[in-house]
Design a protein around this ligand. Structure first.
Ligand code: SIN
Length: 280
């Protein structure tokens, strides 16, 4: 069966059909998937019953695997794979322990490092019968739809990204004082020109920023609030409904993503990050 790239009925995303990731990926297949990745930004490949080693091999066809910086969530056998599962998170252990749902606000992975990862891959090991979707926003279209006045305003601005940034949602994961003090930081253009396609996207990380470089807090918050309101709209969104053995890969330069916390059955995803290059 030949490979088919079938775009979703959504503002981004496509399914790759006719692929068995247990088979070796030839150069033509890798090129087709890479092109689909640039065109659609989020790719889903269903029914992939693959081992963790094979998942790492497949990811390696598309870039260099990066170590997970939060060691706490790393797989016991390798820090190149992390485990996403509210049931495994023990941050809130003790008699009142509750599952901890991570990443439930829109974000892009690792923007607070000078060289953020370019892509994230997830492999679904266990999924709830209902809920637990992952949401994606097309940040190229968000930029394209800005008024000319807004484009002129945002082009050329830089944004200060910080893991423990002042705009973070304080209801998220509890951070120790040490973690806050040593929080990684980076400065990136607010409008990112994608190195492979030349397309512009709004590049920001709502929960992991201090603000616009050189601007007062008030002006910076007003602009970022406005950009968030413009971005968080259904017309930019694809929502992935997980099934066991799904593999999903997305481009962190092109999309924001968010998990959902509307389930209480077990959910376990393996995650791999691919190294990126410095944004321009
Ligand atoms: C993530 O934020 O990387 C994970 C998304 C999810 O759990 O759905």
């Amino acid at each position: 069966m030949s490979l088919e790239v079938r775009a979703f009925d959504a503002p981004l995303g496509a399914e790759i059909i006719g692929l068995d990731l247990n088979d070796p990926l030839g150069p033509e297949t890798v090129e087709t998937i890479n092109q689909a990745f640039f065109d659609h930004h989020v790719l889903a490949i269903r029914d992939q019953d693959i081992s963790m080693d094979r998942f790492m091999d497949v990811a390696g066809c598309f870039g260099t695997l990066q170590s997970q910086h939060v060691k706490h969530y790393a797989h016991p056998n390798t820090d190149k794979v992390s485990m996403i599962s509210p049931q495994l998170n023990d941050d809130r252990s003790g008699p009142n322990a509750k599952p901890l749902y991570r990443g439930i606000t829109f974000h892009t992975d690792h923007s607070y490092f000078p060289v953020p990862c370019k892509a994230t891959l997830l492999h679904a090991k266990q999924t709830p019968s209902k809920g637990g979707d992952t949401r994606f926003l097309n940040m190229h279209t968000v930029y394209d739809d800005l008024t000319e006045e807004m484009k002129n305003k945002v082009d050329g601005l830089n944004c200060l990204h910080r893991l423990a940034g002042s705009r973070r949602n304080k209801t998220g994961r509890v951070m120790s004082d040490e973690e806050i003090q040593n929080s990684p930081t980076a400065v990136h253009p607010l409008v990112w020109v994608h190195e492979d396609t030349g397309r512009k996207a709004i590049y920001f990380n709502p929960n992991r920023m201090d603000g616009i470089e050189g601007w007062s807090d008030e002006d910076s918050d007003a602009l970022l609030d406005e950009l968030e309101a413009l971005s968080f709209q259904a017309r930019y969104e694809y929502r992935h409904k997980w099934k066991p053995h799904d593999v999903v890969i997305w481009d962190n330069r092109s999309v924001l993503h968010a998990a959902t916390d509307d389930y209480d059955e077990p959910r376990l995803l393996h995650r791999i990050l691919l190294e990126g290059t410095k944004p321009s």
